[in-house]
Design a protein around this ligand. Sequence first.
Ligand code: SAH
Ligand code: SF4
Ligand code: F3S
Length: 428
Amino acid sequence: MLEFQEKVINESNQGAAYQPFESDPNQYSKHFYIESYGCQMNFNDSEIVASILQEEGFGATKYLEQANLILLNTCSIREKAEQTVRNRLQIFRSLKKENPGLVIGVLGCMAERLKAKFLEEEKLVDIVVGPDAYRTLPSLIVEAEGGQKAVNVLLSREETYADIAPVRLDSNGVSAFVSIMRGCNNMCTFCVVPFTRGRERSRDVASILAEAQDLFDKGYREVTLLGQNVDSYHFVPNDESAAVVTFATLLERVALISPKLRVRFSTSHPKDITDDVLFTMAKYDNICKYIHLPVQSGSTRVLQLMNRTYTKEWYMKKVERIKEIMPHCALSSDVITGFCTETEEDHQETLAVMEHANYDLSYMFAYSERPGTLAQRRYDDDVPEDVKKRRLTEVIELQNKMTRANYNAEIGKTFEVLIENTSKRSER
Ligand code: SAH
Ligand code: SF4
Ligand code: F3S
């Protein structure tokens, strides 16, 4: 039971993790070590970085001591995520003392948020690179090897790394992530992502299909299409006579690669998921009947302050529509407790909406004020920390109860399953 509870509680979609993998050690004279934090998009970015570095003659190592280059791909979503990165950097300090030639780079959202300030705050860092500047890593490494500090945090309106084949890190050879877009235009007031990832842009449909087909040919049997807001995928082909590709069309085209390829996607913004997407899901057996539909709060007043652009009633109707089209569709959510001005009544409304939606899983967080966001500039972070935590506990307890009941309701049923790996228990 404990394991199951941990699964619900831990922040596994934005948590910390290592990406141990190794190239043939004899093939490369230089080695890099990379650790990734944050969301799946960040993990996928590390796979793009690995590809760029291998082209430059850097092999991957899973041993810190072997590395000439250490990279941290960072997350800024909550203060705790940034603290984890700072703690990791402390550990690298001693390695740098022993090996002054060692180059340490910070990538990702925290690099973008702090920019050159990072170099002042963390003296041992040599390179700071934002999410849209990974193609310049090789030249930045050369600068750093020459003893200079190197920074590139330019955001782009075009970069999608469409032509770079990711080197699959820590892969089980069965499921893989495919980024379909970058950035976010949604300006939720609590969120740092629009500032760290820039404007939304959709990746060329042909490159997405080619990557998914290639994965299938290599034996992969599940792809998850990734974006901060996949439902606003919108690709305009160069050929003016060709139709614009929406997310529903993309989903269908990926599903058509093979009935044996399972297709998933994340994340949907409730305001953008269309009936077209729902009908496409229902039409193809190989599109998994699961939607991550973050609610954030159940109070219309708080949702407005968050700039989520839907009301409680609108959200609940969306849930009903999903169940109407796919009665057994699994649902999960993200919930924030203790956002600015949240009252006890608002909190009760969140619990009520969670029960109504009967989520199978939720990722739940206490509100963490992020510098530069609209909420930080406009509102007081006025819910005391102990109240945020108590509400979070209540939200988690409700989710655990629902998850358990939903799992129990499946007992005795037969499902087709995809075997991804040997379970930890079996290995014991
Ligand atoms: N577009 C993505 C957002 C990624 S951030 C999505 O909708 O999933 C993932 C989640 O982190 C958000 O949905 C939100 O619940 C949570 N989050 C974002 N900013 C936060 C903050 N400042 N404090 C607490 N949780 C936050
Ligand atoms: Fe952040 Fe909102 Fe964009 Fe998600 S949709 S990344 S929560 S601004
Ligand atoms: Fe974190 Fe950036 Fe993802 S802030 S959640 S790594 S987009």
